[in-house]
Structure formats: structure tokens, C-alpha cells
Design a protein. Structure first.
Length: 177
């Protein structure tokens, strides 16, 4: 009976000291959790935007120029499609584009990516808090409902894997929605 009771403890210590580490199931890279704060001005309505305005929602965030080249457009497209893929839970997700050069977006972008919040964030604290300023434009980031920057997705994303990560987070999220 004693051997049976102690076997899980012995097995766990053996695995630990042998260096066994189970693989991660998430696609995105977990970041050191950092509370985002700061403000900017929305491009469409010229209203002051604060990240806390979206408290209670998961936020897919991208940083790019207002001129929006091909990689920018593909990130906006993926963000729109991934939000749609969440079906009944899509109301819990917002899309945010921080324009880091204050160049106004084209009218075509307003129509094609309707629902994306576009914010002029040049010289904003928001941009300063996103790690690795040199490669901010390469990633889609995820902000939790408490306003913490928590995850970054690879440069050449696989939309299905990103969607699965978000679906899993929405499922285990304990906040009221």
C-alpha cells in the first residue's frame, strides 16, 4: 500500500530531475504580462481612445503605418477572419490597429475592415509599452480583458493555430461576459 501511495511522488521527482518538460500547446509566444496604459486619437471619429475603454474584451492588436502595405493588410484580414471564426464568442473580441506614424488610413480600409478600431498612437505611451520596438509591426498581439499585454503571435502566422489559441482562451476565461 505504501509503494502505491508513494509512486506518483517518486515518478514526478524522477521526471523533474531528468529534465522532462512537457511541450506547450499554445501557438503564440507568452510575454511577460504588462499592463498597457496610454491613449491616442481614433482616426475615424477623432475621439480620445484609452485602452481601458475596452476593459472586459480580448483585444487583437497590430501596430503599423497608416499607409498599410501588403503585410499590414494581411494582418488586418487575419484579425477580421479570426474574430469571425469564434462564432458566438466573437462579441468578446475587439480588433485594434495602432497607427505609429499618424498617416490617415485610406477610405478603402475603413470599409473593408469595418469594426477595427484605428488609433493614431504616435508618441503614445501605448507604443512604448509594447516590447521590442524594432519589430512591433511584424506581429499580432493579444491583450487580455484586464488590459494586460500577454501574447505575441509569429510573424508569418497560421490563422487556424491563432484561432485555436483564442478559442481556448475564450473557453477558459473566467470573466463575466
Amino acid at each position: 500500500m505504501l509503494v502505491l501511495l508513494l509512486s506518483p511522488v517518486v515518478i514526478s521527482y524522477t521526471l523533474f530531475f531528468m529534465g522532462y518538460r512537457p511541450g506547450s500547446i499554445n501557438y503564440g509566444e507568452l510575454l511577460d504580462v504588462q499592463k498597457l496604459s496610454g491613449s491616442g486619437v481614433t482616426q475615424k471619429t477623432n475621439i480620445i481612445f484609452r485602452i481601458k475603454d475596452l476593459h472586459g474584451k480580448w483585444i487583437m492588436l497590430t501596430v503599423d503605418s497608416g499607409q498599410c502595405d501588403e503585410s499590414c493588410r494581411s494582418k488586418l484580414y487575419y484579425m477580421r477572419q479570426i474574430r469571425t471564426m469564434q462564432n458566438k464568442e466573437m462579441h468578446r473580441i475587439e480588433r485594434l490597429w495602432l497607427v505609429d506614424d499618424n498617416v490617415p488610413g485610406e477610405d478603402e480600409l475603413w470599409n473593408e475592415y469595418d469594426g477595427t478600431i484605428i488609433v493614431n498612437a504616435r508618441d503614445s505611451e501605448l507604443l512604448d509599452l509594447i516590447p521590442t520596438k524594432e519589430i512591433q509591426r511584424n506581429h499580432i498581439y493579444l491583450i487580455d480583458p484586464l488590459g494586460n499585454l500577454m501574447m505575441r503571435f509569429p510573424e508569418n502566422i497560421e490563422p487556424r493555430k491563432l484561432s485555436d489559441d483564442i478559442k481556448r482562451l475564450l473557453h477558459v476565461s473566467q470573466l463575466e461576459h
